[in-house]
Write a protein that binds this ligand. Sequence first.
Ligand code: NA7
Length: 529
Amino acid sequence: MRFDAIVVGAGFSGMYMLHRLRGLGLSVRVFEAGDGVGGTWYWNRYPGARCDVESMEYSFSFDRELEQEWEWSERYASQPEILRYAEHVADRFDLRRDITFGTRVTGAAYDEADHLWRVETDGGERVAARWLITAVGCLSAARVPDFPGASTFGGASLHTGRWPHEGVDFSGLRVAVIGTGSSGIQSIPVIADQAEHVTVFQRTPNFSVPAHNRPLTPEYQNQVKADYPDLRRQMRESMTGLLGAAGTVPALEVTQEERTREFEARWARGGIPFLGAFTDIAVDPRANELAAEFVRGKIREIVSDARTAELLMPRDHPIGSKRICVDTGYFATYNRPDVTLVDVRSDPIEEITPTGVRTAAAHHEVDVIVYATGFDAMTGPLLRLGITGRGGLSLKRKWEAGPRTYLGLMSAGFPNLFTITGPGSPSVLSNMIVSIEQHVDWIADCVAWLHERGVTAIDADPQAEKNWTAHVDEVSRFTLYPQANSWYMGANIPGKPRVFMPYVGGVGAYRLKCDQVAADGYEGFLLSS
Ligand code: NA7
C-alpha cells in the first residue's frame, strides 16, 4: 500500500499531525501500538496519574470550538479525564478511520531510488510513503531495571507506564514501590490509602511541590476561555509554554524576606511555576540552593520523623535539573505507620525473590511490586523503530554517541523523516502540547511548501545539524541541568551516552528560529526534486 504520509503514534502529536495532513489533502496512515488513542495517557494508568501542567493550558489550541466547548473538571486533570479528551478529539475530527491500532512499526527504510519510506509493522504490513513522521512521544519506552531474580517473583509485577486497564485493587496487600520520580510520587499516596503496607525503595530523593489540585469553577473556565487568544500567545512566546512561570528579578538581588515571601507565595499557589520565582534559579548555583533549601525546609516541616525527612531531602542535584514533581500529599504519606522508606543507596536492592525484595540489610515480603522506574527517554522510542536512512545507515548507529538533529525536526541522512518533539527541541522542558502544536504546524507547512514546488526530498544539511547540535549543548551548559543524573542526560539507562538531549533555549525563542528557517526557504535543509 502506498500513502503520502505515514505517522507513527496516535497520542496528541500523531492525532494532530493526521488532522493537519488530511487538511492538505494527503493520504495518511497512522500506526499505533496501543488499542486506542492518547499515547502517554493511554499507557500511564497508575493510581494518581495526573498532568503536571494545568488543564486549561494542557489542551489543544488549534480549533476554537474544541477549545471553547471542552470542559475540564479539575485544575490538574487526572489521566482518565485526559484520555477522555484525547478520545473526544479522535471522535470530533473522525481520526480513527486512518489509524491502525494494536500495531507497532518494526522497521522503516529509506528507498533512495524512489524517495520513499518503506515501513514494516509487527502485523505484517508493508507500506510506503513519501513522508514518515514520528509521533512516538518522549517517555514511551518503559524501563524496568534488570534486578536478579525479577522473573521469579510470585506476585504481580507492574510498571507505572504499562498499567493494567482494569486497574489494581491493593486492599489488604503489601506493596513495594521502586522509584520516586513523578510516577512514584503521584502513585505512592494513593496506593498507601488502599494497601495494607507500602515499602518505598528510593534511590534518589526528588524535589516536589504541592499541586493544590481543586475543581475548576465554570466562572474561572469562562474567564480563561474568553482570554484564550492572549493566553495562548503568551504561552507560545514564553520559555516553557506555561503561564505564570516567569519571575522578573534574580534571587540574589533581593532580601531574604522578599525571597521567602515569593517562595511561600509560589508554594501556596502550587505547581511547576515554583521554579520561576526568580530569574537565576536555573543558572546560578547559589540562587538554586536557596530555592532547594526552601523546599527541604518544607519537607522538614511536613515529615515527623527526622531521619525519614532527611532521607527525603534531595541534595545531589540542583532543583529543577530533573523535572520537578507536583504532588498531592506525598511527603505527608511518610507519617503513616503503614508506609516505610528504604534508602537503596545505603541499602541496595540485591535481588527480587519469589516473595519480595531483598536488600543488603533485609528481606521485604510483599505481594505486589510496582516499578515506577521510568523510561528510556527521548531517543528510546525512536531507536526501537528500526529506522535506516541513506546508504543503509541506521539511526541507532548514527546516534551512537548521542542524538544529532537539526532543530530536533530532522536528522541528516534520513530524508523526509520528521521527528515531532525530537531530541534537540524543547519538548520535555515545556508544556508538551504547546511544543507538539508548534512542530506539527511547522511540519505540515513545510510539506505543503515542498508539494507546491514539486520538491520530493528534504534532508538536514550536515553542517546545519552540526551547528545546531553544538548549540543545544552549549546552551545547556549555561544552565545547571547537566549537573543532574537525569533522564534528560540519558543517565538513567546504563550505557546510554551522556548528552543533554532537549533544547533549553525556550519555546518562544525556538519557535522564532524555526519560523525564520522556514521564511528563508528552509535554510539549513537540502532540497531535491
Ligand atoms: P523517572 O523520573 O525516571 O523516575 C524513575 C525513578 O526510578 C527514579 O526515582 C529512579 O531513581 C528510580 N530507579 C530507576 N532505576 C532504579 C533502580 N535500578 N533501582 C532503584 N531505583 C531506580 O520516571 P517517572 O515515570 O517517575 O517520571 C517520568 C516523567 O514523567 C516525569 O519526569 C514527568 O515529566 C512525567 P534515580 O533518580 O535514577 O536514582
